[in-house]
Design a protein around this ligand. Structure first.
Ligand SMILES: NC(=O)c1ccc[n+]([C@@H]2O[C@H](COP(=O)([O-])OP(=O)(O)OC[C@H]3O[C@@H](n4cnc5c(N)ncnc54)[C@H](OP(=O)(O)O)[C@@H]3O)[C@@H](O)[C@H]2O)c1
Length: 266
């Protein structure tokens, strides 16, 4: 199974000595509503949602916060004391918190950001960057229309670059983020020539299997600072625990090591 979420959340159950468990459930799209409505009677504190349920859940839960509404996807559902369902998206803050843990002085408005991809992960990343004051975000996506749609939702700071021009678009960038599935285990590396990217630019990949994607390896080799995608996963899980249990876990070296041990390094 691709998801590291069971290992991650069950680490927290053990850490806090809570008699609970996080289980992966394979739900068919037709069964999503019934599954979500069963959470309260089954005494679940909540759940995470993954593809293909993130968008449809918006129409099922009782309340959606502004972040999930703007992104158009729910990643985390909270069962409230009265049994009603609250939906949010923790990827946004997970992305920024991960970078800040690596570079506490990082600022989204430090210079142009280039985002490769325009899928669900990209929406969270772009939201996060806009929310933190980014003044220029260049998006390049294989399917141009998807990038256009994303840009039209997030205002004038976001511009769309043709996929063919993505290599040159790295010129002058302060941040490069891969949000495509390229570089993930079983997928070819992201086809991106880094020569135009300043060597001080931060390179982040939200793909976390493998931990060191070909993009991150290439960036490190030329001296760019890098941030891998595992931290984003860990940080969004910490936010979920605040919402589900009122606890405030941190991304510690022990937590990271426990989950890293389940992931091939390259
Ligand atoms: N670290 C984390 O916490 C975290 C959170 C979310 C996602 N992720 C990871 O991010 C990756 C993307 O997830 P997602 O939810 O955003 O998926 P998604 O919505 O399906 O989007 C996939 C993206 O990859 C692009 N793509 C796919 N095949 C491509 C190819 N051959 N060449 C160029 N681009 C290609 C797609 O472009 P088109 O629009 O042209 O198809 C799209 O932009 C996954 O590996 C996922 O595990 C990590």
């Amino acid at each position: 199974m691709h998801s590291r979420s069971p290992a991650l959340h069950n680490y927290f159950f053990k850490h806090y000595g809570i008699a609970g468990t996080y289980v992966p459930l394979a739900i068919e799209p037709a069964g999503l509503e019934a599954a979500l409505r069963a959470l309260a009677p089954l005494r679940f504190a909540g759940c995470n949602l993954t593809i293909p349920h993130k968008e449809r859940a918006l129409t099922i839960v009782d309340e959606v916060d502004a972040v999930a509404a703007r992104i158009g996807a729910i990643s985390c559902v909270v069962v409230r004391p009265d049994g009603s369902l609250f939906g949010t998206n923790n990827d946004v803050h997970g992305f920024a918190r991960n970078i800040l843990q690596h570079q506490s002085e990082w600022r989204a408005d430090a210079g142009p950001a280039v985002v490769m991809g325009a899928g669900g992960g990209a929406r969270a990343v772009v939201y996060s960057l806009v929310d933190r004051g980014a003044r220029e975000i260049r998006i390049a996506n294989r399917t141009r229309e998807r990038a256009d749609a994303l840009a039209s939702e997030f205002g004038s700071a976001v511009t769309v670059i043709n996929w063919a021009d993505r290599h040159r678009a790295l010129g002058g960038a302060a941040l490069l983020v891969n949000t495509t599935s390229q570089g993930m285990v079983g997928q070819p590396p992201l086809d991106l020539e880094l020569s135009a990217l300043p060597t001080h630019a931060l390179v982040a990949d939200i793909v976390y299997i493998p931990l060191v994607t070909p993009l991150l390896a290439a960036a490190r080799q030329r001296g760019n600072p890098t941030v891998d995608g595992l931290g984003m996963l860990l940080h969004q899980a910490c936010i979920a625990w605040q919402l589900w249990f009122g606890l405030d876990p941190e991304v510690t070296p022990e937590l990271r090591a426990a989950i890293e041990a389940t992931i091939p390094t390259s």
